[in-house]
Write a protein that binds this ligand. Structure first.
Ligand code: PA5
Length: 466
């Protein structure tokens, strides 16, 4: 029975989604019969709660119908600012952290040449990221790299007060003004922030920077389809219209009116929760394309911040295969059986590269001669999948036809809506992140930030007693 349901679901979904398929058969075999279908009603309630705005954290549901609400005029505005920055700057520095960074980084890395900064022509600006760490070497090397270059800054922060981003922005702004003068710097800085609140908004308004607004009701990790992601992505020369079109298509495919069996996000959310309820506490997002590394980073934030609370939540991890088969492969094959894998498989690479024949065959690799590199990769993928399933690791397979902007847009919305549903199944507020504040409070206390006097005294006393 279990197998039948699985193949029905797989087949149905395959027929309904464009360029993407979901296969849960190799996850279901580890679950009691009917475990996924048993969550159907809860999924329906979760969808209804999201639609009606009755779920916890309901003031942050702006992402739900965001794709279909994006207008052509708005995209044109984003593209115009991106084109202006591209025409003026040799380097575009995107300052932001967490949700104000990972979505853009994921899409840009996923769609651009792996060696973009080395192979680009002189007219194309390099897009680099900062404000996502406080590494002195990183920031010093960045400022050194920018010396004598015309660079632009996109300062992204919803709160407008995040330390990592604000600190980086001040460094970069100071450097830019010193290099090109205050007036020219004005035309090279764009803020993406709240409409009214925060230092980034105050600064943008006072200095007269161009700015985009992050909607109040869209949280950081759900904001890649706002200017937070769209502006840097457009700056990298990626087709944001296609990205949004893909997200719109997936919004329809995962709508509340779509039956459970045909709704890929509903099936994915139900499957991972059924696995969690059956002892699988860690989900590893797997890819076989190095370009997807940062997609997994984005996904980890989305699920980690949404679900890891109240002592609950699947731990979202990621591996790049086959690279990490040579580091984490042993653990996955034979370690504690508390994991499952979700693999994003790319059916067609953008390029074709054949493995050459060698007369001497000193490396013994002539059995591969004439084959595409991707054929080797696909066999590694299949072999790994079978081995890990044999080793007791449930496997959810998401295949996408190719890595392009449209499919990326589909994948983004797919994981967002699945996350929204999944959080309801888990019984948490999927749209807050109270736990993120703990480190900030300690850091500010240690740095003796004005307003933190009591915390400073308390933390000093604690450290003295340790
Ligand atoms: O998802 C979130 O809300 C966070 O990860 C934020 O995006 C991150 O902390 C950055 O915040 P801000 O955009 O306010 O600088």
């Amino acid at each position: 029975e279990n197998g039948l349901i699985a193949s029905t679901i797989t087949q149905t979904i395959y027929q309904h989604m464009k360029n993407i398929s979901l296969d849960i058969t190799k996850a279901q075999q580890f679950l009691p019969a009917g475990a996924v279908m048993a969550l159907k009603e809860q999924v329906a309630n979760a969808q209804k709660g999201l639609e009606d705005g009755t779920v916890p954290g309901n003031d942050f549901l702006g992402w739900l119908h965001l794709p279909s609400s994006i207008t052509a005029e708005f995209l044109a505005e984003v593209k115009a600012v991106a084109a202006d920055l591209r025409s003026k700057a040799e380097v575009i520095v995107v300052a932001g952290i967490g949700g104000s960074y990972l979505g853009a980084k994921a899409v840009i890395e996923g769609l651009q040449n792996s060696f973009a900064w080395l192979v680009k022509d002189e007219k194309t600006p390099a897009v680099v990221f900062a404000g996502n760490n406080i590494g002195e070497d990183y920031l010093s090397e960045l400022t050194e790299y920018l010396k004598g270059k015309t660079f632009a800054i996109i300062n992204i922060s919803k709160s407008g007060t995040t330390t990592e981003t604000a600190l980086t922005f001040r460094l970069l702004k100071t450097q830019l003004e010193a290099q090109v003068g205050k007036e020219a710097a004005r035309g090279l800085i764009v803020a993406v922030t709240d409409a009214k609140k925060g230092a980034a908004r105050t600064c943008a308004d006072k200095e007269g920077y161009r700015s985009f607004i992050i909607p109040d009701n869209v949280g950081g990790r759900f904001s890649v389809l706002t200017p937070v992601g769209l502006l840097p992505i457009a700056c990298a020369g990626i087709d944001i219209e296609q990205l949004v079109a893909g997200a719109v298509a997936m919004e329809k495919q995962c709508g509340i009116d779509v039956p459970f069996e045909e709704n890929p996000a509903a099936i994915y959310a139900a499957t991972r929760n059924a696995l969690y309820q059956n002892g699988k506490k860690i989900e590893i997002l797997i890819n076989y394309q190095p370009k997807l590394h940062f997609y997994a980073e984005w996904w980890k934030q989305l699920y980690g911040e949404s679900e890891g609370k109240d002592g609950k939540g699947i731990f979202p991890a990621s591996c790049d295969f086959t690279t990490d088969l040579h580091s984490m492969g042993q653990w996955i094959q034979d370690g504690e059986r508390t994991i499952f894998e979700t693999c994003i498989s790319v059916e067609n690479p953008e390029r074709s590269l054949l493995f050459p024949h060698d007369e001497e065959n000193l490396d013994g690799l002539n059995f591969l001669a004439g084959k595409r590199i991707d054929e080797v990769n696909k066999n590694a993928e299949l072999g790994t999948r079978l081995a890990h399933v044999d080793g007791g690791v449930p496997n959810i397979l998401i295949s996408i036809e190719r890595l392009d902007a449209y499919n990326f847009g589909q994948l983004i919305y797919f994981f967002e809506i699945a996350c929204g549903i999944s959080g309801q199944l888990l019984g948490v507020n999927a749209f807050n992140q109270p736990g993120v504040e703990a480190y900030k409070k300690n850091m500010f206390a240690l740095l003796e930030k004005p307003g933190y006097e009591a915390e400073t005294a308390a933390i000093k006393a604690r450290l003295a007693a340790e």
